[in-house]
Design a protein around this ligand. Sequence first.
Ligand SMILES: Cc1ncc(COP(=O)(O)O)c(C=O)c1O
Length: 415
Amino acid sequence: MTEKSPDDPTEGETKSETDRPTRRGRIAPDGGTEARTDTSTVEPVDDVPIADPDLSSTEIERVRAVLEDGMLADGPEVRAFEGEFAGFCRTQAAVATSNGTTALHAALEAFGVGEGDAVVTSPFSFVASANAIRLTGATPVFADIDLGTYTLDPTAVERVLAERDDIVGLLPVHLYGLPARMPALCDIAEEHDLFVLEDACQAHGATVDGKRVGGFGDAACFSFYPTKNMTTGEGGIVTTDREDVAESVRQYVNHGRAPGETGGYDHVALGHNYRMTSLAAAIGRVQLQRLLEFNEARREHAASYDDQFAELPLETPTVPEGYGHVYHQYTVRTEDPAERDALANTLADRNVDSAVYYDPPIHRQSAYETVSTAAASLPEAERAAETVLSVPVHPGLSERERRTVVEAVHDHFNL
Ligand SMILES: Cc1ncc(COP(=O)(O)O)c(C=O)c1O
């Protein structure tokens, strides 16, 4: 490894205006990029975006180096990124993939999940968490969330387990950057002999009792989509302490070719091309060096919002004792659904982006009508879906932008 350890970012990188990318694209919630009309390099003070990926001249130099080297697809750059990311999560191994969804799918394939199996997951997540289960032929079974933390409620998981005998694993989601209740969920999994796959796509660097997510379950998956706490453009990774899982994932993402096999075309299993490119890995290696700094900035914004919103009729994020939140999103909740929509409109009038992650919840989405567990009664997830609203918390938020967000929220309630 030629990089500094991501655990020791030392001085980090300070962001200057010249370091910034030229105009950013507006990132649509969990997919696609809308071109912004403003192409100047000057930060508009009255338009506060919900996400703003921060790519410095270092990422650009590293990508240029890969382009000049000419090894664009899988290669040593990807291996180096995997080693560094595993080091960050303190896991034995990491296997890079083309995105977070393929990471989840490849990990589930590595556990041997397939038709006839069921996996318990959260109905209150991006659809990819459940889609990955369906892609294997298995059935996603939804357990309700705890409305305070928006993550799987262990008692709801126990209830589901009492009703079914086809459940082979748990797929908890660390939503908005807050880890799910991993100690309780891991105990349940052990008792029922289930695998645990963490969906850590939104939680790079989040902790429980000082331990980083990525190493709680049998495996964990991260996304490096541009809105995430660190990015590679598109990208994902599976972390694990299990050598058998790492080997199977490595094989699956490379068309079923036996790991270590460099020549020949005798593929030993069915697989896919879910590989990460060296260009993506080059970006990821630099972003990983900056991750702790990014997360610190997110925490600082969140602490300020907690303070400024304390007297308003809003639920601010709950962080259980011992949990380290990394605020992929800063999400408030109103009592009344109509109030949530009115608040979003006030913010839009003030050029402050906000977003609803996620409405409808997965089990109510059209693509889930045919899934047998779509009719489940999940009142907490449904309540969350109609009352949550996320406001900008990305590291690039200036003090002035943060003030604009706070003033807009206050004005809404003072009208
Ligand atoms: C909770 C969650 N799971 C899975 C994914 C899928 O990741 P990707 O978009 O990289 O495929 C995402 C990303 O949007 C996510 O937020």
